[in-house]
Design a protein around this ligand. Sequence first.
Ligand code: AMP
Ligand code: MG
Length: 339
Amino acid sequence: MTNCVHVDRNGDNTKSYQQIVDNWLQGEVAAFPTETVYGLGADARNAQAIAKIYEAKGRPSDNPLIVHIGQIEQLQGFIDHVPEKAKLAIEAFWPGPLTAILPLKSGALAENVSAGLSTVGVRMPSHPVARELLTLANMPIAAPSANRSGKPSPTAASHVLEDLEGRIPYIVDGGPATAGLESTIVDFTVEPPALLRPGSITEEMLISVIGELQGAGRLRDQDAPKAPGMKYTHYAPEAPVLLAFLDDEDVTDKIEQLRSQGKRVALVATDSYRGLPHDAFVSLGESNEIEAVSSRLFAALRECNQLPIDVIVAAAYPAEGIGKALMNRLEKAAGGNWL
Ligand code: AMP
Ligand code: MG
């Protein structure tokens, strides 16, 4: 049985938060909202609690977790030292969607948090619910995205329930996650620092603060072998996904070709593309702004699972700025396949 704890952003939620903190102290897991996606949290010092995260998600044990904190002072408890460039980036982008890979203080966290590595990913979320909860907890909370491994990341409490109902004791429902794409990951244990996963803190933003960045300009995670989890398929709805630049002249013909083969096509796009042929239309919203599209992507991929369709055609975007993070997730959902 999974309890859904609703929190009101304008009210006093201390009692609800205390319930979740007690649950964490007892070695249990709980899902909570962040500004990127919903996370599935547990006490990062407790190996048995961390094992429950891997089990609930069906996550391979060589895919390390990100540790979340509410206050910067908590770093001292488990980080060996903070490299100078990491300090600059932390000052510029925390709280926010930047995960810093930092040298772990030996023995400070359960080994299964970092999958045995001597480094650990850390982030201080800006979502008010996450921050208040993590500050009250005052312990490092390891939290991957709160979905079954391989499924699109959850951007609403209902998505968490879809995947994990009955598998976890608590979900904190704090409304939708606003960014909708997971954090940017940068490894600060190498010089120059290396971009391991693109996100809404863009390469340009990072370079303006820390100077050089390795791996900038690359789109595919395969090129970044230091991010262990990235070899796995991700974000995939049940039907196969094909990417397409929807302004291309031959898109209509190609979709019609699929339909003439008896395939029912779901078109995942912003409303301006409703005129293209489709059997089902899953809206990425009205706005073509990349932030708005990104915040809707995972929910749209999940919606496809409810529809009687055979193939998904998803709108592609130029891989620039946040578009790079969006295309990184879309390429994975599509397994690299284009219309
Ligand atoms: P998720 O929490 O589902 O967004 O996944 C977290 C991702 O962070 C993993 O898939 C890893 O690729 C990455 N990560 C976490 N810790 C480390 C680390 N110490 N070194 C490199 N990558 C890491
Ligand atoms: Mg994930």
